[in-house]
Ligand binder design. Structure first.
Ligand code: BV8
Ligand code: ZN
Length: 261
C-alpha cells in the first residue's frame, strides 16, 4: 500500500514541479524505449548481457574486428526498425509541442524513436538532441562523410561490409563509442539546455554513463530540480526532488497530462 502512496506522492510532487517550470530539460535513456521492444543495456536480457560491451562498443573493437561490430549493430538496426514509439515517447512529443519552445529533449538512445514520435505527434519542438548518435547514420572512416544509412548490413565477411561511395573506405556506425568524445556542439547544446532548465525530467536511464549522467546535476547546481521516472533507483534518486517508480509508457501520459494518443 505504501508503494502506491509513495508513487502518488512523488507523482504529485513531480507534476507540480513541471507545471510551475518555465524551462524543462528532458534526458532519456534506454528505459524509455523498453516498452517499444528495444532491449536496454544493463537490465535483464539487456544488450550488454548477450554481447560483450568491451568487444563491441569501442573504436578498438571496430579496428580489431569490424565484421563482429557491424554484425551487432546490423542486428540492432534490424530489431529497432521494427519497433514503434510507445505512449511514453508520444506523450513526451505531444507535451514538448504544447510547451514549446521551453522543453528540450536530449536522449542517450540511438534508436530514433523520439524522432519518429516527434514526426507524428510533436513536430520540430520534440526533435531530440542525440548525444550518442544514431543507428541509422554512418560515418566514413576515410573521408569522414556522414550519411543516413538504413540498408540491411551484410556482415557475412569483411568484404561485404558497407564502404564509402566516394573514397571506398569502410563505413562505421555514426554512434559515440566508449572512450570517444561526444560531438562538442551536441554536448554544448545539451549542457545549455540543462543549465537553463528549472526542471530536469530524467526518464529511463541508469545514470552511469558520462558525461550524460552529469547533465541533470548541472540543472540542480544551476538552481533547478531533478524529477526522475524509473522502475528502479539510480544514483540520481537520492538528490531528486521526486522519483516516480514506474514505467515510462504508463507514467509519462499521466505525469504530463497527455493521455496516450
Ligand atoms: C567520453 C552508443 C571523453 C553506442 C553509448 C574510463 C575510460 C574511458 C572512458 C571512461 C572511463 N570511465 C568513465 C568513462 C567515461 C565513459 C563512461 O561513462 N563509462 C561508464 C560505463 C563508467 N564514457 C565515455 O567513454 C563517453 N565519452 O567520456 O569521452 C573521454 C574520451 C577518452 C577517454 C576518456 C573519456 C562516451 C559514452 C557513450 C558511450 N556510448 N552508446 C551504442 O548505443 O551502441 S552508451 C550506452 O549507455 C547507450 O547510449 C545508453 O543510452 C547509455 C546509457 O545507458 P542507459 O540508457 O541508462 O541504459 P541502461 O540499460 O543502463 O539503463 C536503463 C534504465 O531504464 C534502467 O535504470 C532501468 O531501470 C530503466 N528502465 C527499464 N525499463 C523501463 C525503465 N525506465 C522507464 N520505463 C521502463 N519501461
Ligand atoms: Zn569516404
Amino acid at each position: 500500500m505504501t508503494d502506491d502512496l509513495d508513487r502518488d506522492r512523488d507523482l504529485d510532487r513531480a507534476r507540480s514541479a513541471l507545471d510551475s517550470a518555465d524551462r524543462v530539460f528532458v534526458l532519456t535513456g534506454a528505459g524509455v524505449s523498453a516498452e517499444s521492444g528495444v532491449p536496454t543495456f544493463r537490465g535483464s536480457g539487456g544488450l550488454w548481457k548477450e554481447h560483450r560491451p568491451e568487444e563491441l562498443a569501442t573504436p578498438q573493437a571496430f579496428r580489431r574486428d569490424p565484421r563482429l561490430v557491424w554484425e551487432w549493430y546490423g542486428w540492432r538496426r534490424e530489431l529497432v526498425s521494427k519497433c514503434s514509439p510507445n505512449p511514453g515517447h508520444r506523450a513526451l512529443a505531444a507535451w514538448a509541442h504544447h510547451r514549446r519552445p521551453h522543453v528540450r529533449i536530449v536522449t542517450q538512445n540511438v534508436d530514433g524513436l523520439h524522432e519518429l514520435a516527434a514526426r507524428s505527434d510533436g513536430g520540430e519542438a520534440a526533435l531530440p538532441v542525440e548525444l550518442h548518435g544514431s543507428l541509422f547514420r554512418v560515418r566514413c572512416t576515410g573521408c569522414g562523410r556522414r550519411m543516413e544509412h538504413r540498408r540491411p548490413i551484410d556482415a557475412t565477411s569483411p568484404e561485404t561490409l558497407p564502404r564509402c561511395d566516394a573514397c571506398d573506405a569502410l563505413l562505421r556506425p555514426d554512434v559515440v563509442w566508449f572512450g570517444e568524445s561526444l560531438d562538442p556542439e551536441v554536448l554544448e547544446e545539451a549542457g545549455a539546455a540543462a543549465r537553463s532548465a528549472d526542471v530536469a525530467l530524467v526518464v529511463g536511464t541508469s545514470a552511469v554513463v558520462e558525461p550524460a549522467a552529469s547533465l541533470p546535476r548541472v540543472t540542480a547546481s544551476s538552481g533547478g530540480v531533478v524529477v526522475e521516472v524509473n522502475p528502479r533507483e539510480t544514483p540520481l534518486t537520492p538528490g531528486a526532488h521526486a522519483s516516480v517508480r514506474g514505467e515510462a509508457g504508463s507514467v509519462l501520459p499521466r505525469l504530463l497530462g497527455v493521455e496516450a494518443v
